[in-house]
Ligand binder design. Sequence first.
Ligand code: F6R
Length: 241
Amino acid sequence: MEMIVFQTQEELDTYAAQLFINLVNEKPNAVLGLATGSTPIGIYDKIVESHKNDKVSFKDATSFNLDEYVGIAPENEQSYAHYMNKHLFSHIDMPAQNAHLPNGMAADMHEESARYDAMLEAQPVDIQLLGLGHNGHIGFNEPDVHLSGGTHAVKLKAETREANARFFASMDEVPEYAITMGVGSILKANTLLLVVRGADKAQIVKEALTGPITTSVPASLLQTHARVIVLLDREAGRMLA
Ligand code: F6R
């Protein structure tokens, strides 16, 4: 596991963005695993800036997002599809048909999960960006006795709905279910890029990276992967020796 602690958000964002830019410049048809939430926004801004400065083209790249809310249409401002368009896809030249998210409006979540897994199997992810939930979730793989390998629908924990309520008008509007890549699918990516910011995540960073490997901290399973890059700001890294 390679870990870097950054003094400023700017340095962290630049470094993370450059990993994606270098990969796509070396391998134009790279498959990018993407995430939503607060953590990636600065990274996407840097990627967009590089694209606008002609430093990178995504015309042959493909992307897969980790997750989507169930029952929220892509046009809805709260959907992850909308987030991705707003922060990244509408600013770069990746063909729209190459950008994949699980379909949270699918009638049958089992079928949708199988469809998504088949696509991931056919186009393995080169680098998967991950944020970290306060409870140790990655994607929407919540702490549990068992974790799912493949894509699946999941009931969100109360703490996750509360953490995400900031993006909604009221708590009632926060979806109860999401569809997410499973931990098995995530661990199949060639490289995992975990990015964590903020003092409120220092404790879970410590548990995930240095504690026992346990399904009650899903991110601890990252310790089993051969190529993990962890990028932290000073606050998120403050409990690591
Ligand atoms: C988002 C995702 C989640 C977030 C995590 C951290 O696609 O899969 O696991 O990465 O909840 O969210 P933020 O970055 O908002 O703190």
